[in-house]
Design a protein around this ligand. Structure first.
Ligand code: SAH
Length: 391
């Protein structure tokens, strides 16, 4: 039997519902297993706590998959998948595009599965989940019944787990550019060439909020990617929408979706660095009624937090200055290491420097198909703050 025994007292987090075991918390490993193999987890007295995927090369050495003595096989994965797809915020009959599996949040650590209509896009991030790839594909076919499964296993974190990077159809085939339905919009998603799995599903519910706030306003969507917020704002009756991104390819997809929905006449997409463009708009005296900031994560670790906060403050300060009286700022951060209080404090500091007063309209997070474990704060990463300028 392959098992790990935790150091005294190191079972508390696990017992409270958190799924991770840090390498430093393991007192003894009995038996041998390949990286990612399933192991029994015991407390210091030898009591069974659950089963985890073990990779001693990683800081997060164990990821709990089950709290029971059951076999981790195709039938297990099928049960877990059925639970996941019927969870709050999802269903197999709609929405058309949604996250079906959000790793730890669905007790399937290291696995992301997104549905874009009839196509499932898979991302395996850990050695443990990679070992289950075949039964996983079978379970997905049985439970979700997609036309094809595409794997975006080209995410850099795989290298930390000793996994090769791979991209392509894992089952079936066809077009990698698909049209999805989000609210009243048809949106073009490129699953092979797009970022992440092709689209940022985590912002779906926040885009709906922007849709409801946009009427008659001039909108600036910074870091707009394939136009998610920009298109939602245009569909919500915005007077004009400007979207900015560094990726010309993503903007071509945004343009395509704008045309498909009859919104192109009110949308302009500009390939530029958002930092420079915000400065240029200020110099030119431009003002906007609603501004969206949804940058990529400025930090992936604690070490670079200070620099990341300087970056967040710079764009937020500039955005605040660009708001017309009564204007709305929708400002996001997907950096897990910038927690909610730190993000708000940064916004207070930016508002003070911009010499503007704001009301906090709403503090939002990721869409409900990205479930958050109350016991594991790492499963909550997205912050979306809506501010209204007082004057
Ligand atoms: N709001 C989008 C997702 C944004 S993801 C949605 O709802 O779908 C972040 C985007 O920022 C990426 O498309 C990336 O190309 C872009 N980006 C990164 N650095 C940038 C910069 N300095 N200026 C403009 N865009 C940038």
């Amino acid at each position: 039997m392959f098992s790990v025994k935790l150091a005294p007292g190191k079972d508390a987090r696990l017992l409270a519902g958190h799924p991770w075991i840090y390498r430093s918390e393991i007192a003894r490993v009995e038996g041998e297993g390949e990286p990612g193999a399933i192991t029994h987890v015991l407390d210091n007295r030898g009591k069974f706590l659950g089963q985890a995927m073990l990779n001693l090369k990683s800081q997060i050495a164990g990821r709990l998959v089950s709290r029971h003595e059951e076999s981790i096989d195709a039938a297990f994965l099928e049960r877990r998948l059925r639970e996941a797809v019927s969870r709050c915020g999802r269903s197999l009959s709609g929405p058309d595009a949604c996250r079906l599996v959000f790793g730890e949040g669905d007790h399937l650590p290291g696995l992301i599965a997104d549905r874009y209509g009839a196509l499932v896009v898979l991302q395996i991030l850990t050695a443990g989940m990679e070992r289950l790839r075949e039964p996983l594909l079978a379970a997905l076919r049985t439970v979700v019944k997609p036309q094809a499964i595409f794997e975006r296993n080209d995410a850099p974190p795989r290298k930390l787990e000793g996994l090769a990077l791979r991209k392509g159809f894992a089952w079936g085939g066809g077009e990698t550019g698909v049209w999805i339905q989000e609210g009243n919009l048809r949106i073009f998603v490129e699953v092979a060439e797009g970022q992440k799995t092709g689209f940022f599903l985590d912002q779906r519910e926040n885009r709906q909020v922007v849709n409801g706030l946009a009427r008659d306003r001039e909108i600036l969507d910074c870091f707009c990617y394939s136009g998610g917020f920009a298109l939602s704002a245009a569909a919500g009756g915005a007077a004009s929408v400007t979207g900015i991104d560094l990726s010309a390819e993503a903007l071509a997809w945004a343009q395509r979706s704008a045309e498909q929905n009859g919104l192109a006449s009110r949308c302009t997409f500009i390939t530029a660095n958002a930092f420079d463009e915000l400065r240029a708009f200020d110099r030119a005296g431009r003002r906007f009624g609603l501004l969206v900031l949804d940058p990529p994560a400025f930090t992936k670790g604690k070490e670079t937090l200070a620099g990341a906060l300087r970056g967040y403050k710079e764009i937020n300060l500039r955005a605040m200055k660009l708001l017309a009286p009564g204007g709305i700022l929708v400002t996001c951060s997907c950096s897990y290491h910038v927690d909610a209080p730190t993000f708000l404090e940064m916004l207070r500091s930016a508002a003070a420097d911009a010499r503007r007063e704001f009301r906090l309209v709403e503090f939002r997070t990721q869409a409900s198909d990205h479930p958050i474990l109350l016991a594991a704060k790492e499963t909550q990463y997205l912050k979306c703050v809506i501010l209204e300028a007082v004057g």
